[in-house]
Design a binder for this molecule. Structure first.
Ligand SMILES: Cc1cc2nc3c(=O)[nH]c(=O)nc-3n(C[C@H](O)[C@H](O)[C@H](O)COP(=O)(O)OP(=O)(O)OC[C@H]3O[C@@H](n4cnc5c(N)ncnc54)[C@H](O)[C@@H]3O)c2cc1C
Length: 361
């Protein structure tokens, strides 16, 4: 059987490895000359992504045969909101390295692939679908889905990231919510280790990054040495079908990024494996994906509600995370915390302008 995989990111590599395990040697095409983002990045693999998954790395290993090494276990979340700082401790997931450096998710996966990767090869699903039995699209974009008329855009976002030097707790991330600079996006600090971290600002929409970034640093008193900086545009969407003839859409290309925080690593890995299983005749791709697609819809509903909140509402939602109730449930993914929070975001529950936001620390 001839199978082409477009893209050597998490979804494409997870797919290719699984195909090889199932006795199918794929042709993997990657437009870059290496695996991994050109800039190093720390990403969060959170237990929120899939209810019931519990420990995400064990889940990926046991259910999907993907054993991955994290940078660190995520044991502390520090929320900054309107001048108030709240810290919650627990087992929230993992910090994962992305990019070209040793130990990144892409390098770990690529190291397990027997077949080589065709680097510097820009591939198109339409052009390959006649020559291959299956084409798995894992190119991180909605291009193929748009061309097939199955894509619906959800969000246009802009992220700025800076690698900074200071002293950090490698098991803690800082989350920053303030509509003044982030709108309905957020800032996040994710450490590589004790000395180096990534500071990012993720905006919904693409306006005013320079001004907002300056305000972010000033309001949160983030004075640090910046090693490097980058801006990334992102267009997130959803697809009405994940299979079009012999073309299977995975990862971001299949709209599998949750629309609240933009976390997509877990679903990319899972969808890559499921696409491989479907190609090998082990099940119907759409059916196997259904539980993950449903999850995206739940997050989308929370995102819609979150977008209606003003700073006072955002502050109240963030404050919820510190309550013993949610604090205990969040790390476990059981019961489903997103479903529990969803009704709390109904219009009127956290009314616009309804009272005091956060006190100063
Ligand atoms: C700034 C930022 C921060 C993020 N933080 C997190 C986080 O903390 N946690 C989380 O879970 N998710 C996070 N995400 C989302 C996560 O990165 C994605 O969901 C995930 O990388 C998607 O994997 P993928 O394999 O589908 O696509 P990608 O990782 O985008 O990989 C696609 C690959 O395909 C290649 N390619 C593209 N077009 C072609 C072509 N035509 N031919 C050949 N090759 C091609 C690319 O070069 C790339 O290697 C973040 C995303 C961004 C932008």
């Amino acid at each position: 059987m001839r199978v082409a995989v477009i893209g050597a990111g998490p979804a494409g590599l997870a797919c290719a490895i699984t195909l090889e395990r199932l006795g199918i040697r794929p042709d993997v095409f990657e437009k870059g000359d290496h695996v991994g983002y050109p800039v190093p990045m720390v990403q969060v693999l959170m237990s929120l992504s899939h209810p019931g998954a519990g420990d995400q790395l064990s889940f990926l290993r046991k259910e999907f045969g993907l054993a991955l090494r994290p940078l660190a276990a995520l044991s502390s979340l520090v929320h900054h909101c309107g001048g108030t700082v709240r810290q919650v401790a627990g087992s929230y997931g993992y910090l994962m390295l992305r990019g070209r450096d040793e130990g990144s998710v892409e390098r770990q996966l690529a190291g397990r692939l027997a077949a080589g990767i065709h680097f510097c090869h820009w591939a198109e699903a339409g052009a390959l679908s006649g020559a291959y039995d299956y084409v798995v699209v894992a190119d991180g974009s909605g291009r193929t889905a748009r061309q097939a008329g199955v894509w619906r855009r959800r969000v246009r976002a802009l992220s700025r990231g800076a690698v900074i030097l200071d002293r950090f707790d490698p098991g803690a991330i800082d989350l920053y919510f303030d509509t003044a600079y982030a709108g309905h996006g957020y800032g996040i600090l994710t450490p590589f280790d004790e000395r180096r971290a990534m500071l990012s600002l993720h905006l919904v929409g693409r306006e005013g990054m320079d001004r907002r970034w300056r305000l972010f640093l000033a309001r949160e008193k983030l004075v640090c040495d910046v090693l490097s900086r980058y801006d990334l545009l992102y267009a997130g969407g959803t697809v009405s079908r994940h299979r079009i003839g012999n073309i299977l859409l995975t990862g971001n290309a299949g709209g599998l990024v949750e629309p609240l925080f933009g976390l997509g690593l877990f679903a990319s890995l899972v969808s890559g494996v499921l696409a491989a299983r479907a190609v090998a005749g082990q099940g119907d791709y759409e059916e196997m994906l259904a539980v993950y697609v449903k999850r995206q819809e739940q997050f989308a509903a929370v995102r819609t509600a979150f977008n209606r909140l003003d700073q006072a509402g955002v502050a109240r939602v963030v404050a919820l995370l510190k309550t013993p109730f949610l604090g205990r449930l969040l790390p476990t993914g059981r019961p489903d915390v997103v479903s529990l929070v969803q009704p709390l975001l109904r219009p009127g529950v956290f009314k616009a302008g309804g009272g005091k936001a956060c006190g100063r620390p």
